[in-house]
Structures are given as C-alpha cells and as structure tokens.
Design a protein around this ligand. Structure first.
Ligand SMILES: Cc1cc2nc3c(=O)[nH]c(=O)nc-3n(C[C@H](O)[C@H](O)[C@H](O)COP(=O)(O)OP(=O)(O)OC[C@H]3O[C@@H](n4cnc5c(N)ncnc54)[C@H](O)[C@@H]3O)c2cc1C
Ligand code: SF4
Length: 287
C-alpha cells in the first residue's frame, strides 16, 4: 500500500481526502503541474510543506508563470518512510489473517482529539486497530524520517497560499465553538489564499483566531518534531520483530505515552492553557 501523488481534471477530488501518515511518492507531479500551467490551466496543488516548497523552486527554475497556481499545504508533524508502513501492514496481515487492501488513519472512535485508531479493510470487511502502534509511534516521533528533524519548509517558509491543520486546544481557545467533533485550522497566507477561502467560507462554520492562538497547542506549525531517543532501537529491530511488540518495547512506556494513557487530554490542555496565559501576560508586561 503506497501513498502516491496524482491529479484529477474532472472534479473527483474526494479520492484525495484523508491524512496519510507516510511519505508520499511525488512521482512526476511537478512536471505535470508545469505542463498544466504552461497550457494556461488552473492548478490546485496539495502536499507537505517541503513538497510545496519543492514545487515552487522547480517552477521558478523553468520560469513558469504561477498566477494560475494555488498551493495548499498542511501543518506537518513529519512523515515515516514507506518501509515502516510496509512493516505495519505486514504485521496487520498476520493479525487479521489476510493482507489489508484499504487503510484509513485517525478513526474518531473516542474523541477527535485522541483519534489514534486505524481502520483496515481486510477481505472486504473493516477491521479496527484501536490505539494503533503505528499512530502511537508516529505521535512520539519513534520513526519519523531524518529530514523531518530540521525541516526547512515549516513556519510559513513553504510559500503555500493556504495551510490547513487541526486546531488543537479548541475548547480552551475557542470555547463552545469546539463541539468535540473536530475543529480544522485554516491559515490564509496570501491574497490568492484569501480569495480561495472567501469562496469556501460561506459553506463552513468559521471563527477567527490569531496565529498565536493557533500555535499555542500546535508547535508543528513552526517547529520540527524532536527525535525519540529509542528511534535507533526501533530501526534495529524493524526487520526481525513484530511491529506492535517492537513499538511496546521501545516507546510503549515512554513518559509521553504514559501521560497520554492515564491523564485525560482535556486536563493536559487546561494546564497548557494556564501556562500559555501566564506566559502571554508576562510578555505583555515586559513589552
Ligand atoms: C504526514 C502528516 C502530518 C501531519 N501533522 C500534523 C500536525 O502535526 N498538526 C496538525 O495540526 N495537522 C497535521 N496534519 C494535518 C492533518 O492531519 C489534516 O491533514 C489537516 O487537518 C487537514 O485535514 P483535512 O481532512 O481537511 O484534509 P485531508 O483530507 O487530511 O488532506 C489534505 C490534503 O493533503 C493530502 N495529503 C494527505 N496525506 C499526505 C501525505 N502524506 N503527503 C502529501 N499529501 C498528503 C491529501 O491528499 C489532501 O489533498 C498532518 C497531516 C499529514 C498527512
Ligand atoms: S516535517 Fe518537513 S521535511 Fe518532514 S515531511 Fe513535513 S514538511 Fe517535509
């Protein structure tokens, strides 16, 4: 199972939906994008911030007119390599008795904030991998790619017109607007992005917030994810040990995971919010 960049020209965008927490194969997308733009067609490109930055540099190299190009990227925690996903799928095939043919990350079984279950399609049936070791390991940076350690495209450096993500800490920052079913973050970075969002906004429930509020619970907007100190041990065992066991052995008992398991997310969020308020007040006092 792979995540490949592709394109549609007939409006069937729905097939691209869903976060795929793995390195996507960019293929010949940059070249196709250039061809469309050279023909004067409108293009909407979506991808990680580094893919967005790469596209802009590629098009600049060939002096392509970008007036008809809109780029949407997302707040990016980082990506695991295909090898890690392959291993997870292989182990899932063993556990569920047959090779999965479909995969969806972050099923909202509990609440949106703690959606770490993975859905797998096996023999035409949907199987749920609750608190999937793949997602748990992803969250604690156990197997992110080395390039994500010091990301050159984060922090609005990708040049994307719009950046989408999750609005973490919605209950604290936005009050009742957060109904617990998920609040998306849309950061409008350019005039082109503003025009696009202006056309979509009437179809959405929206509330304005500051960049500071959006960043308070989402450091992935501006900072690279760290590296789990057991990453080396994880990769040392990747070829020989079952995925779930390897995860449990290396990061299963990490402090972050213990907090996640035993302390309700909202309690952590309220504590973070109190800290953020205190820091903001201090900054205002010093200004
Ligand atoms: C690897 C990864 C890490 C993320 N980390 C964070 C984070 O730390 N904080 C945060 O707030 N949000 C993060 N997100 C974004 C978040 O998961 C949602 O994608 C975002 O909130 C938009 O949701 P959506 O349902 O509107 O769009 P989605 O349907 O999730 O996707 C938006 C677009 O991104 C494309 N896309 C999906 N996966 C990939 C991929 N692997 N490579 C390239 N393009 C892809 C989709 O095909 C689609 O065109 C991450 C997403 C990914 C894929
Ligand atoms: S963290 Fe940076 S380098 Fe890693 S995939 Fe995301 S944008 Fe690319």
């Amino acid at each position: 199972m792979r995540c490949r960049h592709s394109f549609v020209t007939d409006g069937s965008y729905a097939r691209f939906r869903g976060s795929k927490y793995v390195q996507s194969d960019i293929g010949d997308s940059y070249v196709r994008c250039k061809e469309f733009l050279d023909r004067g067609e409108r293009v909407l490109f979506t991808g990680t911030p580094c893919q967005a930055l790469g596209l802009r540099r590629f098009l600049a190299e060939f002096s392509v007119n970008r007036d008809r190009l809109t780029i949407v990227d997302f707040v990016c925690h980082g990506v695991p390599s295909q090898k890690v996903l392959d291993k997870y799928i292989k182990d899932a095939a063993r556990r569920f008795g047959s090779a999965p043919t479909g995969l969806a990350f972050r099923h909202k079984r509990k609440r949106w904030q703690t959606a770490l279950d993975t859905l797998l399609v096996v023999d035409g049936k949907t199987e749920r991998d609750d608190d999937s070791p793949y997602m748990l390991g992803f969250m604690v940076n156990l197997f992110l790619r080395p390039s994500c350690r010091d990301c050159a495209a984060k922090g609005f450096r990708s040049g994307a017109d719009v950046t989408i993500g999750d609005f973490w800490g919605g209950r604290q920052m936005l009050g009742r607007f957060d109904d617990g079913r998920g609040v998306s973050l849309v950061m409008v970075n350019t005039a082109k992005g503003e025009e696009l969002f202006g056309r979509l906004a009437p179809f959405c429930d929206t509330i304005a917030s500051s960049v500071g509020e959006a960043c308070a619970f989402n450091h992935g907007i501006y900072a690279s994810s760290g590296t789990n100190k057991r990453r080396g041990d994880f990769f040392a065992g990747l070829d020989s040990e079952p995925f779930g066991e390897l995860y449990r052995k290396t990061a299963g008992k990490s402090a972050t995971n213990m907090i996640r398991r035993f302390v309700p997310k909202e309690a952590v969020n309220w504590a973070r919010y109190a800290l953020w308020k205190a820091r903001s007040a201090l900054r205002k006092g010093n200004a």
